[in-house]
Design a protein around this ligand. Structure first.
Ligand code: AGP
Length: 609
Protein backbone atom coordinates (compact mmCIF):
# COMPACT_ATOMS: atom_id res chain seq x y z
CA UNK A 1 0.00 0.00 0.00
CA UNK A 2 2.22 2.78 -1.27
CA UNK A 3 1.47 6.48 -1.68
CA UNK A 4 1.73 8.20 -5.05
CA UNK A 5 1.48 11.89 -5.98
CA UNK A 6 2.21 13.66 -9.28
CA UNK A 7 1.89 17.24 -10.51
CA UNK A 8 2.14 18.87 -13.93
CA UNK A 9 2.16 22.65 -13.72
CA UNK A 10 3.48 25.92 -15.03
CA UNK A 11 5.39 26.46 -11.77
CA UNK A 12 8.14 24.54 -9.88
CA UNK A 13 6.55 21.49 -8.25
CA UNK A 14 9.04 19.86 -5.84
CA UNK A 15 7.90 21.64 -2.67
CA UNK A 16 4.24 20.93 -3.46
CA UNK A 17 5.09 17.29 -4.14
CA UNK A 18 6.81 17.10 -0.77
CA UNK A 19 3.82 18.67 0.96
CA UNK A 20 1.48 16.22 -0.79
CA UNK A 21 3.49 13.04 -0.19
CA UNK A 22 3.74 13.87 3.54
CA UNK A 23 -0.04 13.62 3.64
CA UNK A 24 0.18 10.10 2.28
CA UNK A 25 2.85 8.76 4.57
CA UNK A 26 0.26 6.62 6.38
CA UNK A 27 0.10 4.56 3.22
CA UNK A 28 3.68 3.42 3.51
CA UNK A 29 6.89 4.62 5.11
CA UNK A 30 9.69 2.17 4.27
CA UNK A 31 11.23 4.59 1.77
CA UNK A 32 10.41 7.75 -0.16
CA UNK A 33 11.47 9.22 -3.49
CA UNK A 34 10.83 12.13 -5.83
CA UNK A 35 11.55 12.79 -9.51
CA UNK A 36 11.25 15.97 -11.60
CA UNK A 37 12.06 16.84 -15.19
CA UNK A 38 13.92 20.08 -15.95
CA UNK A 39 15.55 20.97 -19.31
CA UNK A 40 14.70 17.52 -20.66
CA UNK A 41 16.53 15.69 -17.85
CA UNK A 42 15.12 13.40 -15.15
CA UNK A 43 16.41 14.16 -11.65
CA UNK A 44 15.60 11.71 -8.88
CA UNK A 45 16.18 11.72 -5.13
CA UNK A 46 15.21 8.73 -2.97
CA UNK A 47 16.24 6.81 0.14
CA UNK A 48 14.96 4.52 2.87
CA UNK A 49 13.33 5.92 5.98
CA UNK A 50 10.43 8.16 6.88
CA UNK A 51 9.90 11.33 4.89
CA UNK A 52 11.23 13.75 7.49
CA UNK A 53 14.41 11.67 7.82
CA UNK A 54 15.00 11.34 4.08
CA UNK A 55 14.11 15.00 3.45
CA UNK A 56 16.96 16.07 5.72
CA UNK A 57 19.36 13.78 3.86
CA UNK A 58 18.48 14.49 0.22
CA UNK A 59 16.74 17.91 0.16
CA UNK A 60 13.85 17.10 -2.19
CA UNK A 61 12.99 20.76 -2.80
CA UNK A 62 16.30 21.28 -4.59
CA UNK A 63 14.75 19.41 -7.52
CA UNK A 64 13.85 21.71 -10.39
CA UNK A 65 11.03 21.27 -12.88
CA UNK A 66 7.33 21.89 -13.51
CA UNK A 67 6.45 18.21 -13.74
CA UNK A 68 7.22 15.54 -11.18
CA UNK A 69 6.10 12.69 -8.95
CA UNK A 70 6.76 11.44 -5.42
CA UNK A 71 6.23 8.03 -3.82
CA UNK A 72 6.17 6.63 -0.26
CA UNK A 73 6.72 2.88 -0.23
CA UNK A 74 5.35 -0.09 1.72
CA UNK A 75 7.59 -2.91 0.48
CA UNK A 76 5.97 -5.87 -1.26
CA UNK A 77 8.43 -7.22 -3.85
CA UNK A 78 12.03 -6.35 -3.04
CA UNK A 79 13.32 -5.50 0.41
CA UNK A 80 13.49 -2.08 2.03
CA UNK A 81 16.50 -0.51 0.32
CA UNK A 82 17.47 2.63 -1.60
CA UNK A 83 17.69 0.72 -4.88
CA UNK A 84 14.15 -0.56 -4.40
CA UNK A 85 12.71 2.84 -3.49
CA UNK A 86 10.50 4.40 -6.16
CA UNK A 87 10.61 6.11 -8.67
CA UNK A 88 12.10 3.57 -11.09
CA UNK A 89 13.57 4.35 -14.52
CA UNK A 90 14.23 2.74 -17.88
CA UNK A 91 17.78 1.95 -19.07
CA UNK A 92 18.44 5.39 -20.54
CA UNK A 93 16.90 7.61 -17.86
CA UNK A 94 14.12 8.93 -20.08
CA UNK A 95 11.15 7.33 -18.38
CA UNK A 96 10.32 7.47 -14.68
CA UNK A 97 7.54 5.60 -12.93
CA UNK A 98 5.91 5.26 -9.54
CA UNK A 99 3.60 2.35 -8.70
CA UNK A 100 1.26 1.05 -6.02
CA UNK A 101 0.18 -2.58 -6.42
CA UNK A 102 1.65 -5.94 -7.40
CA UNK A 103 2.63 -7.03 -10.93
CA UNK A 104 2.05 -10.76 -10.71
CA UNK A 105 3.79 -11.65 -13.99
CA UNK A 106 6.84 -9.48 -13.36
CA UNK A 107 9.33 -12.36 -13.41
CA UNK A 108 8.27 -13.47 -16.89
CA UNK A 109 8.32 -9.90 -18.20
CA UNK A 110 11.70 -9.23 -16.61
CA UNK A 111 13.24 -12.30 -18.25
CA UNK A 112 11.82 -11.27 -21.63
CA UNK A 113 13.19 -7.74 -21.28
CA UNK A 114 16.59 -8.89 -20.05
CA UNK A 115 16.85 -11.09 -23.13
CA UNK A 116 16.34 -7.90 -25.14
CA UNK A 117 19.19 -6.25 -23.33
CA UNK A 118 17.47 -4.33 -20.59
CA UNK A 119 19.44 -4.02 -17.37
CA UNK A 120 17.58 -3.77 -14.08
CA UNK A 121 18.75 -1.83 -11.05
CA UNK A 122 16.24 -3.04 -8.45
CA UNK A 123 14.55 -6.21 -7.13
CA UNK A 124 11.06 -4.74 -7.47
CA UNK A 125 8.17 -5.87 -9.65
CA UNK A 126 7.56 -2.20 -10.53
CA UNK A 127 10.72 -1.67 -12.55
CA UNK A 128 9.54 -4.01 -15.32
CA UNK A 129 6.88 -1.46 -16.25
CA UNK A 130 9.47 1.27 -16.93
CA UNK A 131 11.46 -1.07 -19.19
CA UNK A 132 8.31 -2.33 -20.93
CA UNK A 133 7.41 1.25 -21.82
CA UNK A 134 10.96 1.89 -22.98
CA UNK A 135 10.98 -1.25 -25.13
CA UNK A 136 7.79 -0.18 -26.93
CA UNK A 137 8.34 3.57 -26.94
CA UNK A 138 6.85 5.16 -30.07
CA UNK A 139 7.26 8.79 -29.07
CA UNK A 140 3.72 8.88 -27.68
CA UNK A 141 4.05 8.19 -23.94
CA UNK A 142 0.30 7.71 -23.45
CA UNK A 143 -0.02 5.17 -26.26
CA UNK A 144 3.14 3.36 -25.26
CA UNK A 145 2.09 3.15 -21.61
CA UNK A 146 -1.36 1.96 -22.60
CA UNK A 147 0.14 -0.89 -24.62
CA UNK A 148 2.53 -1.80 -21.82
CA UNK A 149 -0.34 -1.99 -19.33
CA UNK A 150 -2.06 -4.54 -21.53
CA UNK A 151 0.83 -6.92 -20.80
CA UNK A 152 0.52 -6.62 -17.03
CA UNK A 153 -1.25 -9.05 -14.69
CA UNK A 154 -2.00 -7.98 -11.15
CA UNK A 155 -2.78 -4.55 -9.70
CA UNK A 156 -1.41 -1.10 -10.32
CA UNK A 157 -1.85 2.59 -9.79
CA UNK A 158 0.93 4.28 -11.70
CA UNK A 159 2.32 7.67 -12.60
CA UNK A 160 4.66 7.98 -15.58
CA UNK A 161 6.70 10.92 -16.89
CA UNK A 162 9.06 10.99 -19.85
CA UNK A 163 11.78 13.44 -20.93
CA UNK A 164 10.57 13.19 -24.55
CA UNK A 165 7.09 14.47 -23.60
CA UNK A 166 7.94 16.49 -20.54
CA UNK A 167 4.61 18.30 -20.36
CA UNK A 168 2.55 15.12 -19.97
CA UNK A 169 1.86 13.15 -16.79
CA UNK A 170 0.38 9.73 -17.48
CA UNK A 171 -1.71 7.95 -14.86
CA UNK A 172 -3.53 4.61 -14.84
CA UNK A 173 -5.12 2.23 -12.36
CA UNK A 174 -6.28 -1.33 -11.96
CA UNK A 175 -7.45 -2.28 -8.42
CA UNK A 176 -5.12 0.13 -6.61
CA UNK A 177 -6.70 3.56 -5.94
CA UNK A 178 -5.79 6.71 -7.86
CA UNK A 179 -7.55 10.09 -8.08
CA UNK A 180 -6.99 13.07 -10.35
CA UNK A 181 -7.16 16.63 -9.01
CA UNK A 182 -7.98 19.62 -11.19
CA UNK A 183 -6.11 22.82 -10.31
CA UNK A 184 -5.53 26.26 -11.75
CA UNK A 185 -3.10 25.71 -14.67
CA UNK A 186 -1.88 22.57 -12.97
CA UNK A 187 -3.26 19.11 -12.43
CA UNK A 188 -2.53 16.36 -9.95
CA UNK A 189 -2.66 12.60 -9.33
CA UNK A 190 -2.73 11.00 -5.89
CA UNK A 191 -3.46 7.67 -4.22
CA UNK A 192 -5.85 9.36 -1.76
CA UNK A 193 -7.73 12.65 -1.69
CA UNK A 194 -6.05 14.15 1.46
CA UNK A 195 -2.77 14.48 -0.46
CA UNK A 196 -4.11 17.10 -2.84
CA UNK A 197 -7.06 18.54 -0.93
CA UNK A 198 -5.13 21.72 0.04
CA UNK A 199 -4.75 22.45 -3.67
CA UNK A 200 -8.14 21.48 -5.07
CA UNK A 201 -11.53 20.04 -4.16
CA UNK A 202 -12.28 19.08 -7.76
CA UNK A 203 -11.60 15.38 -8.12
CA UNK A 204 -11.95 12.78 -10.86
CA UNK A 205 -12.00 9.16 -9.67
CA UNK A 206 -10.11 6.97 -12.10
CA UNK A 207 -11.78 3.59 -12.58
CA UNK A 208 -10.16 0.21 -13.15
CA UNK A 209 -8.76 -0.10 -16.68
CA UNK A 210 -8.62 3.64 -17.31
CA UNK A 211 -5.56 5.65 -18.29
CA UNK A 212 -5.22 9.44 -18.21
CA UNK A 213 -3.04 12.08 -19.75
CA UNK A 214 -2.61 15.22 -17.70
CA UNK A 215 -1.05 18.46 -18.90
CA UNK A 216 -1.14 21.74 -17.01
CA UNK A 217 -4.15 22.77 -19.12
CA UNK A 218 -6.23 19.63 -19.40
CA UNK A 219 -7.02 16.06 -18.38
CA UNK A 220 -8.03 13.35 -20.83
CA UNK A 221 -9.16 9.86 -19.82
CA UNK A 222 -9.21 6.74 -22.02
CA UNK A 223 -9.95 3.07 -21.64
CA UNK A 224 -7.24 0.51 -22.33
CA UNK A 225 -8.43 0.19 -25.90
CA UNK A 226 -7.65 3.87 -26.38
CA UNK A 227 -11.29 5.05 -26.47
CA UNK A 228 -11.94 8.40 -24.77
CA UNK A 229 -13.94 8.16 -21.52
CA UNK A 230 -16.10 10.99 -20.23
CA UNK A 231 -15.63 11.47 -16.50
CA UNK A 232 -17.62 13.35 -13.84
CA UNK A 233 -15.83 16.00 -11.79
CA UNK A 234 -16.74 15.52 -8.12
CA UNK A 235 -16.40 18.26 -5.52
CA UNK A 236 -15.11 17.07 -2.15
CA UNK A 237 -17.13 18.42 0.76
CA UNK A 238 -14.58 18.08 3.57
CA UNK A 239 -11.60 20.35 4.10
CA UNK A 240 -7.87 19.74 4.22
CA UNK A 241 -7.82 20.79 7.88
CA UNK A 242 -9.78 17.65 8.75
CA UNK A 243 -6.94 15.60 7.34
CA UNK A 244 -4.36 17.32 9.59
CA UNK A 245 -3.50 16.84 13.27
CA UNK A 246 -4.92 20.20 14.38
CA UNK A 247 -2.81 20.40 17.51
CA UNK A 248 -3.02 16.76 18.56
CA UNK A 249 0.31 14.92 18.98
CA UNK A 250 -0.92 12.09 16.76
CA UNK A 251 -3.72 11.43 14.30
CA UNK A 252 -4.74 8.42 16.41
CA UNK A 253 -5.50 10.57 19.48
CA UNK A 254 -7.25 13.16 17.31
CA UNK A 255 -9.42 10.52 15.70
CA UNK A 256 -10.24 8.83 19.02
CA UNK A 257 -11.31 12.27 20.23
CA UNK A 258 -13.39 12.93 17.13
CA UNK A 259 -15.68 9.95 17.74
CA UNK A 260 -18.58 11.94 19.24
CA UNK A 261 -18.64 14.09 16.10
CA UNK A 262 -18.05 11.14 13.78
CA UNK A 263 -21.06 9.35 15.27
CA UNK A 264 -23.28 12.43 15.18
CA UNK A 265 -22.29 13.14 11.59
CA UNK A 266 -22.87 9.51 10.62
CA UNK A 267 -26.35 9.64 12.13
CA UNK A 268 -26.88 12.97 10.36
CA UNK A 269 -30.40 13.18 8.94
CA UNK A 270 -30.83 9.41 8.85
CA UNK A 271 -32.84 9.53 12.05
CA UNK A 272 -35.74 11.49 13.48
CA UNK A 273 -36.96 11.16 17.06
CA UNK A 274 -39.18 8.25 16.05
CA UNK A 275 -37.92 6.86 12.77
CA UNK A 276 -34.90 5.68 10.77
CA UNK A 277 -34.70 7.10 7.25
CA UNK A 278 -32.65 4.73 5.10
CA UNK A 279 -35.09 3.91 2.32
CA UNK A 280 -33.35 5.95 -0.34
CA UNK A 281 -29.88 4.73 0.49
CA UNK A 282 -30.54 1.00 0.56
CA UNK A 283 -33.56 0.42 -1.68
CA UNK A 284 -31.33 -0.60 -4.60
CA UNK A 285 -29.80 -3.43 -2.61
CA UNK A 286 -32.71 -4.39 -0.36
CA UNK A 287 -35.97 -3.51 -2.11
CA UNK A 288 -37.84 -5.89 0.13
CA UNK A 289 -36.51 -6.00 3.69
CA UNK A 290 -39.26 -8.39 4.75
CA UNK A 291 -38.03 -10.88 2.16
CA UNK A 292 -34.46 -10.82 3.36
CA UNK A 293 -33.54 -14.35 4.41
CA UNK A 294 -29.81 -14.12 5.15
CA UNK A 295 -27.02 -11.61 5.50
CA UNK A 296 -23.32 -12.23 4.97
CA UNK A 297 -20.89 -9.62 6.26
CA UNK A 298 -17.46 -9.50 4.58
CA UNK A 299 -14.64 -7.40 6.00
CA UNK A 300 -11.07 -7.41 7.33
CA UNK A 301 -9.41 -6.41 10.59
CA UNK A 302 -11.23 -3.85 12.67
CA UNK A 303 -14.04 -3.72 10.13
CA UNK A 304 -14.49 -7.46 10.62
CA UNK A 305 -14.87 -6.83 14.34
CA UNK A 306 -17.60 -4.32 13.52
CA UNK A 307 -19.26 -7.07 11.48
CA UNK A 308 -19.21 -9.45 14.45
CA UNK A 309 -21.03 -6.87 16.55
CA UNK A 310 -23.40 -6.28 13.67
CA UNK A 311 -24.26 -9.99 13.73
CA UNK A 312 -25.52 -9.61 17.31
CA UNK A 313 -27.57 -6.56 16.40
CA UNK A 314 -29.07 -7.96 13.20
CA UNK A 315 -29.97 -11.34 14.67
CA UNK A 316 -31.28 -10.01 17.95
CA UNK A 317 -33.41 -7.15 16.66
CA UNK A 318 -34.07 -7.87 12.98
CA UNK A 319 -34.08 -11.69 13.33
CA UNK A 320 -32.06 -12.10 10.14
CA UNK A 321 -29.60 -15.05 10.08
CA UNK A 322 -26.24 -13.34 9.74
CA UNK A 323 -22.78 -14.76 9.08
CA UNK A 324 -19.57 -12.74 9.36
CA UNK A 325 -16.74 -13.79 7.09
CA UNK A 326 -13.15 -12.73 6.73
CA UNK A 327 -13.24 -11.30 3.21
CA UNK A 328 -9.96 -13.07 2.40
CA UNK A 329 -11.50 -16.44 3.29
CA UNK A 330 -14.92 -15.83 1.74
CA UNK A 331 -13.52 -15.13 -1.69
CA UNK A 332 -11.74 -18.50 -1.92
CA UNK A 333 -14.42 -20.66 -0.39
CA UNK A 334 -16.94 -20.95 -3.24
CA UNK A 335 -19.66 -19.60 -0.90
CA UNK A 336 -23.29 -20.61 -1.24
CA UNK A 337 -25.43 -17.58 -2.05
CA UNK A 338 -29.07 -18.54 -1.69
CA UNK A 339 -32.10 -16.55 -2.84
CA UNK A 340 -32.86 -13.72 -0.40
CA UNK A 341 -29.19 -13.31 0.57
CA UNK A 342 -27.59 -9.87 0.74
CA UNK A 343 -23.93 -9.17 1.42
CA UNK A 344 -22.75 -6.28 3.60
CA UNK A 345 -19.16 -5.12 2.96
CA UNK A 346 -17.64 -3.10 5.80
CA UNK A 347 -14.56 -1.06 5.02
CA UNK A 348 -13.10 2.26 6.16
CA UNK A 349 -10.95 2.81 3.09
CA UNK A 350 -13.18 1.14 0.54
CA UNK A 351 -9.97 -0.09 -1.12
CA UNK A 352 -9.12 -3.29 0.80
CA UNK A 353 -8.21 -5.78 -1.89
CA UNK A 354 -9.67 -8.79 -0.10
CA UNK A 355 -12.97 -7.08 0.54
CA UNK A 356 -13.18 -5.89 -3.07
CA UNK A 357 -12.60 -9.44 -4.26
CA UNK A 358 -15.21 -10.73 -1.83
CA UNK A 359 -17.96 -8.44 -3.08
CA UNK A 360 -17.08 -9.30 -6.67
CA UNK A 361 -17.43 -12.98 -5.81
CA UNK A 362 -20.74 -12.28 -4.09
CA UNK A 363 -22.09 -10.30 -7.03
CA UNK A 364 -20.96 -13.00 -9.45
CA UNK A 365 -23.11 -15.41 -7.46
CA UNK A 366 -26.12 -13.14 -7.61
CA UNK A 367 -26.06 -11.43 -4.23
CA UNK A 368 -26.95 -7.78 -3.79
CA UNK A 369 -24.18 -5.87 -2.02
CA UNK A 370 -24.53 -3.01 0.46
CA UNK A 371 -21.30 -1.43 1.57
CA UNK A 372 -20.56 0.57 4.71
CA UNK A 373 -17.63 2.75 3.69
CA UNK A 374 -15.90 5.91 4.90
CA UNK A 375 -14.35 7.11 1.65
CA UNK A 376 -16.55 8.51 -1.10
CA UNK A 377 -15.58 7.40 -4.58
CA UNK A 378 -13.71 4.37 -3.27
CA UNK A 379 -13.77 1.13 -5.25
CA UNK A 380 -16.02 -0.74 -2.82
CA UNK A 381 -18.47 2.18 -2.75
CA UNK A 382 -18.57 2.30 -6.53
CA UNK A 383 -18.96 -1.44 -7.02
CA UNK A 384 -21.75 -1.97 -4.49
CA UNK A 385 -25.45 -1.95 -5.28
CA UNK A 386 -26.02 0.41 -2.37
CA UNK A 387 -23.68 2.37 -0.11
CA UNK A 388 -24.09 3.63 3.44
CA UNK A 389 -21.33 6.16 4.01
CA UNK A 390 -19.97 6.65 7.48
CA UNK A 391 -19.26 10.37 7.85
CA UNK A 392 -16.27 9.99 10.16
CA UNK A 393 -14.13 12.30 8.05
CA UNK A 394 -10.69 11.28 6.79
CA UNK A 395 -9.11 8.66 9.06
CA UNK A 396 -5.34 9.05 8.70
CA UNK A 397 -4.06 7.01 11.66
CA UNK A 398 -3.30 3.46 10.59
CA UNK A 399 -5.21 2.13 13.59
CA UNK A 400 -8.89 2.48 12.83
CA UNK A 401 -10.85 4.12 15.66
CA UNK A 402 -13.51 6.67 14.69
CA UNK A 403 -14.39 4.73 11.54
CA UNK A 404 -15.06 1.67 13.73
CA UNK A 405 -17.60 3.35 16.02
CA UNK A 406 -19.14 5.07 13.00
CA UNK A 407 -19.51 1.65 11.34
CA UNK A 408 -21.22 0.30 14.48
CA UNK A 409 -23.55 3.31 14.46
CA UNK A 410 -24.57 2.71 10.88
CA UNK A 411 -25.07 -1.03 11.40
CA UNK A 412 -27.26 -0.19 14.40
CA UNK A 413 -29.41 2.18 12.32
CA UNK A 414 -29.64 -0.43 9.55
CA UNK A 415 -30.71 -3.02 12.12
CA UNK A 416 -33.53 -0.89 13.50
CA UNK A 417 -34.60 0.00 9.97
CA UNK A 418 -34.76 -3.66 8.93
CA UNK A 419 -36.46 -4.69 12.18
CA UNK A 420 -39.10 -2.06 11.62
CA UNK A 421 -39.62 -3.07 7.98
CA UNK A 422 -40.02 -6.67 9.12
CA UNK A 423 -42.64 -5.64 11.70
CA UNK A 424 -40.47 -6.73 14.63
CA UNK A 425 -40.09 -3.46 16.49
CA UNK A 426 -43.19 -1.63 17.73
CA UNK A 427 -42.97 2.15 17.66
CA UNK A 428 -42.21 2.71 21.34
CA UNK A 429 -39.18 0.43 21.01
CA UNK A 430 -38.03 2.24 17.89
CA UNK A 431 -38.20 5.55 19.74
CA UNK A 432 -36.37 4.07 22.73
CA UNK A 433 -33.57 2.70 20.60
CA UNK A 434 -33.27 6.03 18.80
CA UNK A 435 -33.01 7.71 22.18
CA UNK A 436 -30.26 5.24 23.17
CA UNK A 437 -28.01 5.94 20.18
CA UNK A 438 -28.54 9.68 20.59
CA UNK A 439 -26.90 9.44 24.02
CA UNK A 440 -23.75 7.78 22.70
CA UNK A 441 -21.79 10.84 21.48
CA UNK A 442 -22.15 12.55 24.88
CA UNK A 443 -21.28 9.36 26.71
CA UNK A 444 -18.13 8.89 24.64
CA UNK A 445 -17.24 12.51 25.35
CA UNK A 446 -17.57 11.76 29.06
CA UNK A 447 -15.06 8.90 28.77
CA UNK A 448 -12.70 11.10 26.78
CA UNK A 449 -12.83 13.77 29.47
CA UNK A 450 -11.77 11.25 32.10
CA UNK A 451 -8.92 9.60 30.24
CA UNK A 452 -6.25 10.36 32.85
CA UNK A 453 -7.02 7.07 34.63
CA UNK A 454 -6.42 5.25 31.36
CA UNK A 455 -3.13 7.03 30.84
CA UNK A 456 -2.06 6.14 34.39
CA UNK A 457 -2.90 2.50 33.72
CA UNK A 458 -0.81 2.56 30.56
CA UNK A 459 2.10 3.86 32.66
CA UNK A 460 1.79 0.76 34.85
CA UNK A 461 1.66 -1.72 32.01
CA UNK A 462 3.60 -0.38 29.02
CA UNK A 463 6.69 -2.45 29.90
CA UNK A 464 4.72 -5.71 29.83
CA UNK A 465 5.05 -7.99 26.84
CA UNK A 466 1.74 -9.83 26.72
CA UNK A 467 -1.91 -9.19 27.41
CA UNK A 468 -5.16 -11.15 27.26
CA UNK A 469 -8.47 -9.48 26.42
CA UNK A 470 -11.70 -11.24 27.43
CA UNK A 471 -15.32 -10.49 26.65
CA UNK A 472 -18.64 -12.29 26.34
CA UNK A 473 -21.60 -11.87 24.06
CA UNK A 474 -21.63 -8.61 22.17
CA UNK A 475 -18.45 -7.61 23.98
CA UNK A 476 -16.38 -10.52 22.72
CA UNK A 477 -15.60 -8.67 19.45
CA UNK A 478 -14.53 -5.71 21.59
CA UNK A 479 -12.00 -7.99 23.30
CA UNK A 480 -10.69 -8.81 19.83
CA UNK A 481 -10.63 -5.13 18.86
CA UNK A 482 -8.88 -4.06 22.07
CA UNK A 483 -6.22 -6.68 21.51
CA UNK A 484 -5.75 -5.65 17.88
CA UNK A 485 -5.32 -1.99 18.82
CA UNK A 486 -2.66 -2.82 21.38
CA UNK A 487 -0.83 -5.17 19.00
CA UNK A 488 -0.78 -2.89 16.02
CA UNK A 489 0.40 0.34 17.67
CA UNK A 490 2.59 -0.89 20.57
CA UNK A 491 3.85 -4.29 19.27
CA UNK A 492 2.95 -5.87 22.61
CA UNK A 493 1.48 -9.35 22.00
CA UNK A 494 -2.21 -9.30 22.87
CA UNK A 495 -4.93 -11.83 22.26
CA UNK A 496 -8.71 -11.44 22.38
CA UNK A 497 -10.77 -14.38 23.54
CA UNK A 498 -14.34 -15.23 24.48
CA UNK A 499 -14.20 -15.11 28.29
CA UNK A 500 -15.62 -18.60 28.68
CA UNK A 501 -13.03 -20.00 26.31
CA UNK A 502 -10.19 -18.95 28.59
CA UNK A 503 -10.42 -22.17 30.58
CA UNK A 504 -10.04 -24.17 27.36
CA UNK A 505 -6.45 -23.08 26.90
CA UNK A 506 -5.30 -19.50 27.54
CA UNK A 507 -5.71 -19.96 31.30
CA UNK A 508 -2.38 -21.77 31.12
CA UNK A 509 -0.79 -18.41 30.41
CA UNK A 510 -2.17 -16.60 33.43
CA UNK A 511 0.44 -15.27 35.81
CA UNK A 512 1.22 -12.04 37.59
CA UNK A 513 3.08 -10.68 34.58
CA UNK A 514 0.27 -10.67 32.05
CA UNK A 515 -2.53 -8.15 32.42
CA UNK A 516 -5.98 -9.57 31.66
CA UNK A 517 -8.41 -6.96 30.38
CA UNK A 518 -12.03 -8.03 30.88
CA UNK A 519 -15.10 -6.27 29.53
CA UNK A 520 -17.38 -6.76 32.55
CA UNK A 521 -20.32 -4.46 32.00
CA UNK A 522 -23.19 -5.30 34.31
CA UNK A 523 -26.09 -6.79 32.36
CA UNK A 524 -28.64 -9.48 32.95
CA UNK A 525 -27.03 -11.86 30.46
CA UNK A 526 -23.44 -12.78 31.13
CA UNK A 527 -22.20 -10.52 33.94
CA UNK A 528 -22.19 -13.21 36.64
CA UNK A 529 -20.42 -15.61 34.28
CA UNK A 530 -17.81 -12.97 33.56
CA UNK A 531 -17.31 -12.53 37.31
CA UNK A 532 -16.59 -16.26 37.50
CA UNK A 533 -14.03 -15.93 34.73
CA UNK A 534 -12.41 -13.07 36.62
CA UNK A 535 -12.28 -15.23 39.74
CA UNK A 536 -10.53 -17.97 37.73
CA UNK A 537 -7.89 -15.43 36.67
CA UNK A 538 -7.44 -14.06 40.17
CA UNK A 539 -7.17 -17.58 41.61
CA UNK A 540 -4.05 -18.00 39.49
CA UNK A 541 -2.42 -14.78 40.54
CA UNK A 542 -3.52 -12.90 37.44
CA UNK A 543 -3.87 -9.13 37.15
CA UNK A 544 -7.33 -8.02 36.05
CA UNK A 545 -8.29 -4.71 34.46
CA UNK A 546 -12.07 -4.47 34.11
CA UNK A 547 -14.09 -2.28 31.79
CA UNK A 548 -17.19 -1.84 33.93
CA UNK A 549 -20.28 0.32 34.20
CA UNK A 550 -19.96 3.51 36.19
CA UNK A 551 -21.25 2.90 39.73
CA UNK A 552 -20.67 -0.86 39.70
CA UNK A 553 -19.33 -1.39 43.22
CA UNK A 554 -19.42 -5.21 43.03
CA UNK A 555 -16.68 -5.39 40.42
CA UNK A 556 -14.32 -3.11 42.31
CA UNK A 557 -13.54 -5.67 45.00
CA UNK A 558 -12.97 -8.46 42.48
CA UNK A 559 -10.38 -6.88 40.17
CA UNK A 560 -7.17 -4.86 40.34
CA UNK A 561 -8.21 -1.91 38.19
CA UNK A 562 -11.52 -0.58 36.88
CA UNK A 563 -12.07 1.65 33.89
CA UNK A 564 -15.67 2.87 34.01
CA UNK A 565 -18.04 3.63 31.18
CA UNK A 566 -21.55 5.11 31.26
CA UNK A 567 -24.55 2.78 30.97
CA UNK A 568 -26.56 2.37 27.79
CA UNK A 569 -28.46 -0.50 26.20
CA UNK A 570 -26.70 -3.88 26.05
CA UNK A 571 -26.49 -3.75 22.30
CA UNK A 572 -24.71 -0.35 22.31
CA UNK A 573 -22.17 -1.25 25.00
CA UNK A 574 -19.43 -1.94 22.41
CA UNK A 575 -19.44 1.69 21.25
CA UNK A 576 -18.53 2.72 24.80
CA UNK A 577 -16.36 -0.21 25.95
CA UNK A 578 -13.98 0.21 23.01
CA UNK A 579 -13.03 3.80 23.90
CA UNK A 580 -10.86 3.02 26.97
CA UNK A 581 -9.20 0.21 25.00
CA UNK A 582 -8.34 2.55 22.11
CA UNK A 583 -6.88 5.08 24.54
CA UNK A 584 -4.99 2.38 26.50
CA UNK A 585 -3.36 1.14 23.29
CA UNK A 586 -2.52 4.69 22.23
CA UNK A 587 -0.84 5.62 25.55
CA UNK A 588 1.09 2.33 25.76
CA UNK A 589 2.41 2.98 22.26
CA UNK A 590 3.52 6.52 23.08
CA UNK A 591 5.06 5.45 26.41
CA UNK A 592 7.05 2.84 24.50
CA UNK A 593 8.35 5.59 22.24
CA UNK A 594 6.54 4.28 19.19
CA UNK A 595 4.67 6.26 16.54
CA UNK A 596 1.03 5.13 16.82
CA UNK A 597 0.21 6.75 13.47
CA UNK A 598 2.75 4.73 11.51
CA UNK A 599 3.10 1.25 13.02
CA UNK A 600 5.89 -0.83 11.52
CA UNK A 601 4.92 -3.14 8.65
CA UNK A 602 1.36 -1.78 8.57
CA UNK A 603 -0.34 0.60 6.16
CA UNK A 604 -3.68 2.32 6.28
CA UNK A 605 -5.23 0.56 3.37
CA UNK A 606 -4.29 -2.99 2.39
CA UNK A 607 -4.74 -2.75 -1.36
CA UNK A 608 -2.80 -5.93 -2.09
CA UNK A 609 -3.85 -9.51 -1.34
C1 AGP B 1 -7.39 -1.53 11.94
O1 AGP B 1 -6.89 -0.81 13.03
C2 AGP B 1 -6.30 -2.00 11.00
N1 AGP B 1 -5.54 -0.92 10.55
C3 AGP B 1 -6.81 -2.93 9.93
O2 AGP B 1 -7.15 -4.12 10.58
C4 AGP B 1 -8.02 -2.47 9.09
O3 AGP B 1 -9.19 -2.47 9.88
C5 AGP B 1 -8.22 -3.48 7.96
O4 AGP B 1 -7.08 -3.45 7.14
C6 AGP B 1 -9.46 -3.20 7.11
O5 AGP B 1 -9.33 -1.95 6.48
P1 AGP B 1 -10.65 -1.28 5.82
O6 AGP B 1 -11.62 -1.05 6.94
O7 AGP B 1 -10.16 -0.02 5.19
O8 AGP B 1 -11.20 -2.26 4.82
Amino acid sequence: MCGIVGIVSEREVSSTLLDAIKRLEYRGYDSVGMVCIADGVLSTKKDIGKIEEVEKKVNFTALKGTIGMAHSRWATHGGVSKRNAHPHEDCNGNISLVHNGIIENHNELKAELQKKGHHFTSDTDTEVIAHLIEENFTGDILETTRKALCRLEGSYAIGVICTKKDDELIAARKESPLVIGLGERENYIASDIPAILPFTKKIIFLENGEIARLTKEKVEVFDLKGNPVTKTIETIDWGAKQAEKQGYPHFMLKEISEQPTAISDTIGDRMTEHDILLDEEIQKAIPNAAGLKRLIVVACGTSWHAGLIGEFMLEELAKIPTEVEYASEFRYRDPIITEGTAVIAVSQSGETADTIAAIREAKKKGAKVISIVNVEGSTIARESDAVLFTHAGPEIGVASTKAFTAQLTLIYLLTIYLAKKRGLLPQPQISNRIRDIRKIPHQIQEILENQDSIKRLAELFFRHTNALYLGRGINYPIALEGALKLKEVSYLHAEGYPAAEMKHGPIALIDNKMPVVVIATKDNRTYTKVLSNIAEVKARGGIVIAIALKGDKEIEEKVDFVLSIPENSYILTPLLAVIPLQLFAYYVSVLKGKDPDKPVNLAKSVTVE
